[in-house]
Ligand binder design. Structure first.
Ligand code: IPM
Ligand code: MG
Length: 354
C-alpha cells in the first residue's frame, strides 16, 4: 500500500499524526505499507507558492491512495483565488479524475444526544451521499467577470453535465445501493435546470439495468427539507457536485458532529483521496482539541475501497465504536457529564482498541 499523506492546514497536521500512528500499528503487524509525505493547500502555498505544487502532483500521481487532513485558514483569505487553499483541493480532484465522492452520514447510537435533531428522528441513521466531484458549475466554462450589455459589472458561472459524466456517477450510485438497502434517490432541479433534465433522463435510463434498485427522484430543495424532516427515508442519494456539496454538510449535522464523518473521492479504478469532511478549524488548531475520528474512519474507507481490505476497515470502525462505548469524547461530540479527552488521548484509545 503506497500511501501519500497530505496533512494540509489548521488541525490537519495534528489529526494526521494520529492517523500515522494507526498506520504504524497496522504496519507493525506485517502489512506492506509505504508512506510518502507532501503538502497541499495553504501549507503548500507557504512552502512552494502554489496550493497544488508540482512536487505534490508527482507524489499524488504515483501513490495508490492519498490521506488528506484539511485545507484552508483565515491567513489565506486575501490571496488571489488561483492560489487559495481550496483551489489545491479542486485541482487534485480534477487532476486525478476523482469523480465519485462518497460521503456517509451515520449516527453512532452513543452520539444521539449530540445531534441537533430529536433522537427519534436520527437514531439508526445511515445514509450514503454519492456526489459527483469533477464537473458541474464547479468547473464549467465559461466563467468569470464581465461587463454586461447594460454596462454593469457581473459575475457568471456555467452549469453543465455531459451524458457520460452523469452515467458514470449514476452507476456508482446504483452499485452502492446494490450493496446496501437497494434504494437510490437521485437529487436534481429538473423543474428549472436543463442540466437536471438531462441528469434525470440518464439516471432513469440507467435505472432500467438495475431492476432491483428502487429508484426515486427528488428536487434539491425538497431533499434539503426531507433530510431534516425524516432523514431515515434515505439509503443512497446520488447528486451533482454543487447540490452534493450543500446536502452533505446538512447531512453531517444529523450525525451529531462533522468531526465524525469520513469521505472517499475515487477514480474509475478505485484509486482515491480520503479525507474527513470537516474543515481546518483554525480556531482550535494546535490545541490538542480536534477530533481525529473522521480521519481514522477515512483511513478505513481507504482500506475498504482502494485496497479491498474490508477486514482492516472493520477493525478501524470497531475501534471507533469501542472508544465511543467507553465514553471517550472530544469536545465536539461531548454533552454534559462526558469524559472529554484531547486529540492525542483519543488516538491512544483508538490504538489500544485496535
Ligand atoms: C467540500 C468543500 C470544498 C467543496 C471546498 C473547500 C472547495 O466544501 O469538500 O465539500 O466545495 O467541494
Ligand atoms: Mg463542502
Amino acid at each position: 500500500m503506497n500511501i501519500l499523506i497530505l496533512p494540509g492546514d489548521g488541525i490537519g497536521p495534528e489529526i494526521m499524526v494520529q492517523a500515522a500512528r494507526v498506520l504504524d500499528k497496522i504496519k507493525s503487524e506485517g502489512e506492506d505499507i509505504t508512506l510518502s509525505h507532501g503538502t497541499l493547500g495553504g501549507a503548500a502555498y507557504d512552502a512552494h507558492g502554489h496550493p497544488y505544487p508540482d512536487a505534490t502532483q508527482a507524489l499524488a500521481r504515483s501513490a495508490d491512495a492519498i490521506l488528506l487532513g484539511c485545507v484552508g485558514g483565515p491567513q489565506y483569505d486575501t490571496l488571489p483565488r488561483a492560489v487559495r487553499p481550496e483551489q489545491g483541493l479542486l485541482a487534485i480532484r480534477k487532476d486525478l479524475k476523482l469523480f465519485a465522492n462518497l460521503r456517509p452520514a451515520m449516527l453512532y447510537p452513543e452520539l444521539a444526544a449530540a445531534s441537533s435533531l430529536k433522537p427519534e428522528i436520527v437514531a439508526g441513521l445511515d445514509i450514503m451521499i454519492v456526489r459527483e466531484l469533477t464537473g458541474d458549475i464547479y468547473f464549467g466554462q465559461p466563467r468569470g467577470r464581465r461587463t454586461n450589455a447594460a454596462g454593469e459589472d457581473e459575475g457568471y458561472d456555467t452549469m453543465h453535465y455531459a451524458r457520460s459524466e452523469v452515467e458514470r456517477i449514476a452507476r456508482v450510485g446504483f452499485e452502492t445501493a446494490m450493496k446496501r438497502n437497494k434504494k437510490l434517490c437521485s437529487v436534481d432541479k429538473a423543474n428549472v435546470l436543463d442540466t437536471s433534465i438531462l441528469w434525470r433522463e440518464v439516471v432513469t435510463e440507467l435505472g432500467k439495468t438495475y431492476p432491483e434498485v428502487q429508484l426515486s427522484h427528488m428536487y434539491v430543495d425538497n431533499a434539503a427539507m426531507q433530510l431534516v424532516r425524516a432523514p431515515k427515508q434515505f439509503d443512497v442519494i446520488v447528486t451533482g457536485n454543487i447540490f452534493g456539496d450543500i446536502l452533505s454538510d446538512e447531512a453531517s449535522m444529523l450525525a451529531g458532529s462533522i468531526g465524525m464523518l469520513p469521505s472517499a473521492s475515487l477514480d474509475a479504478n478505485n484509486k482515491g483521496l480520503f479525507e474527513p469532511i470537516h474543515g481546518s478549524a483554525p480556531d482550535i488548531a494546535g490545541q490538542d482539541k480536534a477530533n481525529p475520528i473522521a480521519t481514522i474512519l477515512s483511513l478505513g474507507m481507504m482500506m475498504r475501497y482502494t485496497f479491498g481490505r474490508a477486514d482492516l476497515a472493520q477493525r478501524l470502525e470497531t475501534a471507533v465504536r469501542k472508544v465511543l462505548a467507553a465514553g471517550l469524547r472530544t469536545g465536539d461530540i461531548a454533552t454534559s457529564g462526558d469524559n472529554v479527552v484531547g486529540t492525542r488521548a483519543m488516538g491512544d484509545a483508538l490504538i489500544a482498541a485496535l
